[in-house]
Design a protein around this ligand. Sequence first.
Ligand code: G4P
Length: 547
Amino acid sequence: MSTDVQAVAARIAHETARRRTFAIISHPDAGKTTLTEKLLLYSGMIRTAGMVAGRKGNKAAASDWMGMEQERGISITASAMQFRYKNTVINILDTPGHQDFSEDTYRTLTAADSVIMVIDAAKGVEAQTRKLFDACRLRSIPVFTLVNKMDQPARDPIDLMAEVEEVLGIQASALDWPIGRGREFQGVVDRKTKVAYLYTKSAKGNAAKPDVFSAPLDELEASRLHDPDTLASVRDEIELLEAAGNPFSVEEFLAGRVTPVFFGSALTNFGIEPLFDAFIELAPPPSARVADVVDGDGGDTNDEITIEPTDSMFSAYVFKIQANMDPRHRDCLAFLRINSGQFEKDMNVKHHRIGKKIRLARPHSLMVAERDTIEEAFPGDIIGVISPGTFRIGDTISAGAGTRGDFRFKRLPQFQPEHFARVMPRDVGKRKGLDKGLVQLSTEGAIQILREWSDPGAFPFVAAVGRLQFEVLQYRLEDEYGAKTQLDMLPFQCSAWLMGKVDTFKKPTSAKIVRDEFDRPMVLFTSVWEKNYARDQNPDHELVDHA
Ligand code: G4P
C-alpha cells in the first residue's frame, strides 16, 4: 500500500471511530427538544438554551420550511445536525416529535446507530415511545433511556424501570440513580463509582450548566440534602439494586438486549451531563452494513456483501427525500447516510439503480439554522444532495477505490399504514398535476399509493402511517402542483402485508385487499380486532406489519 493510501485509510478509520450517529425518540412532550437543546448547550454550539429549531412558538426556526409548519409551530420534517461534543463528532437525526408521525420517522431510524429514548417520569412508557422503540428493535440498535422530568412529581423509579421491561421487552439497567424526586430532586449517584452529584442552578431560566458538587455516596453528609431522609432512602434503593437489579453489560447493550437507564431533568440540566458522557463512551460508532449483490439488470442474486465503514470505497444510501425545503428554490433534497469511505465535494459516484455515473452537486450538511456546503464527510455522516428526480428512497451510490460490482443496501422497511383515503381533483383539468404530485410524494415516501387488487387501473388510494401526512399531501398538491383536492377518508384503521396466496385468504367482509407500489398484496382492516380475527381464520397465511 502506498503511504498516501495508508494515510487515507487511517484517516477514515479515525473519523469513523469518533462518530456517533443517533436519534432521540420520545412521546410528544417528554422532552426531546429540550434534551437536544441541552446537548447543543453542553457542546458549546449555543451559548444559552432556548434557541433550537422546532421549539414551539419559535417562528424563525430553521426546520419551519413550510407555511403549514409555521402556522402550527411544529416541525414536520426530520433533518440532521452535526456538531462536536468533547472529541466526538455527533450526528443527531431529528425525528418529528408531534402527535402524528410518518414513515419518515421510521426511515430516519435506519440511519441511526443508536437511540436515546426519553420517558416522562410521571407518565412512563407512552404509546409513541412504544411504536418508535419497535422500529429500533427491528435492527436491534442499542437504546439509552433517559427518565426525564425528575424535577416534577415522578413515579417510583423502580416501577418505571419495571414498566420499560414489561412494555418494551428489554432489560433495564440503571447506570445512575436519582437523589430525591420532584422538588427534592437534587442529583444522581453514579452506580459504578458510587459518587453522588448534587446540582444547584447557576443561571436564571436554566440557560447554563448548573453548579455541581460531588462526593462519594458513603461520605455524603445528609445535611447537604434538602431533606436528610432522602440520603437514607437512596442508600437503601442502591443496595436493593445491587442485590436484585439487572447487571449492565456493554455486549448486551450493543446487541439491543439491555438499556442503560439514566435519571434527570433536561429542563434544569440536572443529571444530563452523566448521560451525555456515558453516551459518547458507550454508543457505537458506525458499523458494517449488509448489501445485496445484484446482477447487471438490478435483479437479485441471493448473494450478500458486508461493507465495513473503513472500506476505502465510498458508499451511501438515501433514507429520506424532501422536496421544496426552501420555497424560493423549489429544490428537492435527498438525504444520504454514508456507510463507508470518504466523501469529497463534487465527487462522481455510481448510482446503482440507474447504473450511471453522476456528480453529487452542492452537497449540504444540515446545521441548525442554515445549510452549509460541505467539503468532505465520513461514515455515519448525513449529507443532503440536490436531487431533481435522480434519487428514490433506498437508492445506493458508491465511488472510489475498491469499488465492487452492483450491489444495493438492504431495502428500508415499510410500515403498515393506518390511514387511508381517496384523493380526487376538485377540478378535473388538474388531474395531471395531481398524478405527478402523487408520484413525487410517494417517491419521497410521504405517502403510499395503493390500488384495487382486482382492478389496478382504477383511481388509486393513498395511505399513510400518520394522519397528518394527508394534510401535508393536500397542502403540497395545491401549493406545488396547483391541484386542489378532495380527500375522502376510508374506514380502515390498520393493515398488513399478506404472505400467502390471495385467492385462498378468508377475508373478513369489511376488509379490503389492495396492492402496494411493488404489487405486493395488502389487506386493509376496519379494526385491530378484525385483523386479529383474520389472523385466527387464516393459519396458513401470514399478516405482517412491516415489509
Ligand atoms: P418534545 O420535544 O418531546 O415534544 O418535548 P419538549 O422538549 O418540547 O418539552 C415539552 C415540555 O416539557 C416543554 O414545556 C418543556 O419545557 C418541558 N420539559 C422538558 N423537559 C423537562 C424537565 O426535565 N422538567 C420539566 N419540569 N419540564 C420539562 P412547555 O411549557 O410545553 O414548552 P416551553 O414553553 O417550555 O417551550
